[in-house]
Design a protein around this ligand. Structure first.
Ligand code: ADP
Ligand code: MG
Length: 703
């Protein structure tokens, strides 16, 4: 048997394949990034059409999908003139005759297809009076491929340029068949025997054959499962391998007991009962910080789910064990809101909390620096100011980062170096990341989820409103303000530097002032100086301003429980997650809150879907799942930094969650037994990891 080792397939140039040659090879290279035999073999079809059944012409009736016929052309005839010119062929299979019609490419068709030769034909019959015809059918000579691979036929995507050089799906299929015939033997298996047994996938050779030339729907499913599994398995194995190495290297501080601060707070200061989700997450954190390993945990919880309290109680665990803790937030407003609510909460237990931001005065800052260094300050809350090299701790044990996606990887990493061993890390986000995505992008973080809101919240009511209904909207705003509520009006600012957007916002601001002369309106946008921005924001926080006109700068963290209406202008310009984040600014008090999504009538199909989802649900996880389905993972927040995950050839992070989970479980089992993958039985794993991730940066190392 002729047999190429896989390494050989990857070095053999596509141009040497029968039916390719240098010209077509160049198209494969440029258009599809296919260079080698192996690249081609791993170029998978995007759909399949069932050709397992050949119909008889006499069976054709009213409404049939695409069907396959087998027979010959009796004759050609052109009809009509000029634009109405068309080619008609009479096609027979012995049971009847059907007309085939072409409006374009007439000359080509007459030259290519000859009467008296047997063809298979594929198309959708349309009724014309009492007769049927098929317009622009696909016609193929009866050949190897069809005979050998009846059933499901693979379709490959190609480009316009390739098609203009006769490299359509069909042509690729033929080339693929030539390749498969020339390989003529088993492919070296890329999964070790124990993984195949455990996952119950079929062998690679069978999978590759059936992904291109499915022998049956069942074998196609098995082939897809095998190839998806393998792709996700190596992705997980790679991420988990590094996670373990890191955990082994980085011992962590052990917080071995729960002490007075935590207990006193819990029993005396806590103004409400913790939700079950908060309790569960605290237990998870407690287990991490008590384990002797460094905690690296992502806490996800929808807006308003009470993450701050979990952060605070985790920080108390640190203080109980003689460590300091810090909480870093992306904006000054958010940091000072955290500072105020936390100092108030912990006042009775006598803990020393400070606030450090860019606008902390020099003298004050020096005093705080000193307090951190002596250990006098237990908890420090702040902004980026915390990562300055001048900020030194006596014994930092826990770092909490709020709205972590607002910080770069490097900024976060700088906090690791603030003690002789890296402190425990808890990063928090209100932008829910679907579980499957989290496992891939943040593969080395453990994930906790608060999936429950504190009791008594009234769900926000979301309404999609067209621009021409503004009058009615303003009337209801007036009513809300007269009931002492406050209103947000948000304008899109895709690029904070874009002048036209800024003009939009300023016009909107003027317009609102004119419509509501009796109320005070403030305005916030990203181009303002921080001090100016804070002053405007403060007007709204204090209740002095009734309406705040703003860009998405308010997206993160602001807490004004009295604000009950959020109006989002040009809502079509926002992504789902962003809309959800913005909406989270209201509904923080006991009142019924509203979110109004304003758009014009002209909307794309996708935008309509997005708005419908917003109107239908308040559940952040449902929304992020929908976002993932609509946009695909490449556009999701946080995924750009992890290119590796999204070069997937066949698996789909959005849809293959179960396979991903299986892949992850098996990867973990293997690493449990053989962390270094040094056993002989794991030789294949090492080889494949090296091959797949050779060129790729390992992001999991630096989060
Ligand atoms: P987020 O998760 O968006 O950061 P916060 O931590 O700001 O949410 O909490 C939102 C509000 O809910 C705060 O006012 C907080 O005091 C309150 N809260 C938190 N936990 C509970 C609880 N278990 N019961 C009632 N209210 C709670
Ligand atoms: Mg928060």
């Amino acid at each position: 048997k002729c047999y190429y080792p896989m390494s050989d397939l990857s070095t053999r140039d596509i141009k040497f394949l029968p039916g390719v040659g240098p010209k077509k090879a160049e198209l494969f290279n440029k258009e599809l990034k296919i260079f080698s035999f192996e690249d081609l073999l791993y170029y998978f079809p995007y759909k399949y059409i069932d050709r397992s059944r050949t119909y008889k012409i006499k069976e054709i009736d009213g409404n049939m999908p695409y069907i396959q016929l087998r027979g010959e052309i009796l004759n050609f005839e052109t009809q009509g003139e000029g634009k109405g010119r068309r080619l008609i062929a009479r096609f027979s299979d012995g049971t009847g005759i059907i007309e085939l019609v072409w409006f374009k490419g007439i000359k080509f068709i007459i030259e290519k297809y000859k009467p008296g030769i047997e063809y298979t034909l594929f198309g959708k019959p349309t009724r014309f009076g009492s007769k049927f015809n098929i317009a622009h059918p696909e016609i193929d000579p009866i050949d190897d491929i069809i005979d050998k691979a009846p059933g499901l036929q693979a379709y490959y995507s190609t480009t316009e340029k390739m098609k203009s050089h006769f490299l359509n799906s069909k042509a690729i299929q033929k080339i693929m068949y030539n390749l498969w015939k020339s390989i003529n033997g088993p492919l070296p298996e890329t999964l070790p025997a124990q993984v195949i047994a455990r996952s119950q996938v079929i062998y690679l050779t069978e999978a590759i054959q059936n992904i291109h030339f499915p022998q049956s729907p069942d074998l196609l499913r098995k082939a897809q499962f095998r190839l998806k599994f393998e792709e996700l398995f190596y992705l997980q194995l790679n991420i988990l391998r590094f996670t373990r190495q890191r955990q082994k290297k980085l011992g962590g501080f052990r917080f071995d007991h729960i002490g007075d601060y935590f207990n006193n707070f819990y029993h005396q200061c806590l103004p409400f009962e913790l939700t079950n989700a908060q309790k569960r997450v605290l237990r998870e954190i407690r287990a991490d910080v008590g384990s002797g390993k460094q905690m690296n945990r992502l806490l996800q919880g929808d807006v308003g789910s009470g993450k701050t309290l979990v952060a605070l109680m985790s920080m108390l665990m640190a203080v109980d064990n003689g460590f300091q803790a810090c909480l870093m937030a992306p904006t000054e407003i958010l940091a000072s809101q955290h500072y105020e609510s936390i100092s108030e909460l912990v006042a009775p237990i006598g803990i020393h909390v400070e606030l450090l931001t860019g606008s902390t005065r020099k003298k004050e800052r020096e005093r705080i620096h000193e307090g951190l260094l002596t250990g006098d300050v237990n908890l420090i809350i702040g902004t980026h100011a915390l990562i300055e090299d001048t900020v030194l701790f006596s014994n930092l044990g826990l770092v909490v980062i709020d709205e972590q996606h607002r910080f770069g990887v490097e900024q976060r990493a700088r906090l690791w170096k603030k003690n002789n061993r890296p402190p425990h890390i808890l990063v928090m986000t209100a932008t829910p990341i679907p579980r499957t995505l989290a496992m891939t992008v943040y593969g080395d973080l453990d994930v906790s989820v608060i999936d429950e809101l504190p009791p008594g919240r009234k769900p926000i009511q979301t309404i999609h409103q067209y621009d021409n209904k503004r009058g009615a909207l303003y009337a209801s705003i007036r009513k809300q303000i007269e009931m002492d509520r406050q209103i947000y009006i948000v304008y899109p600012l895709i690029q904070e530097s874009e002048r036209s957007d800024l003009k939009n916002l300023e016009d909107g601001f003027k317009h609102i002032q004119e419509v509501f002369p009796e109320f005070k309106v403030c305005m916030v946008h990203g181009k303002m100086k921080p001090a100016e921005k804070d002053a405007e924001m403060q007007k709204f926080v204090s209740g002095e301003a009734h309406i705040m006109v703003a860009t998405t700068v308010i997206e993160v963290g602001v807490n004004v429980p009295n604000a009950s209406v959020m109006i989002i202008e040009n809502a079509e310009r926002f992504g789902l997650s962003q809309l959800h984040q913005l909406r989270g600014r209201v509904g923080r008090g006991a009142d019924q809150s509203y979110c109004i999504l304003m758009t014009s009538h002209k909307l794309s199909q996708e935008t309509r879907k997005r708005l419908e989802i917003m109107v239908r649900t308040n559940d952040g996880f449902e929304i992020s799942e929908a976002d993932l389905q609509l946009r695909g993972p490449g556009d999701m927040e946080g995924t750009q930094q992890s290119g590796i995950a999204f070069d997937l050839k066949i698996a789909n992070i959005a849809k293959d969650g179960q396979i991903l989970q299986l892949a992850r479980d098996i990867a973990n089992e293997i690493l449990d037994k053989d962390p270094e993958l040094s056993l002989t039985e794991n030789y294949v794993l090492n080889r494949q990891l090296q091959k797949i991730f050779k060129k790729k940066i390992n992001w999991s190392l630096i989060s």
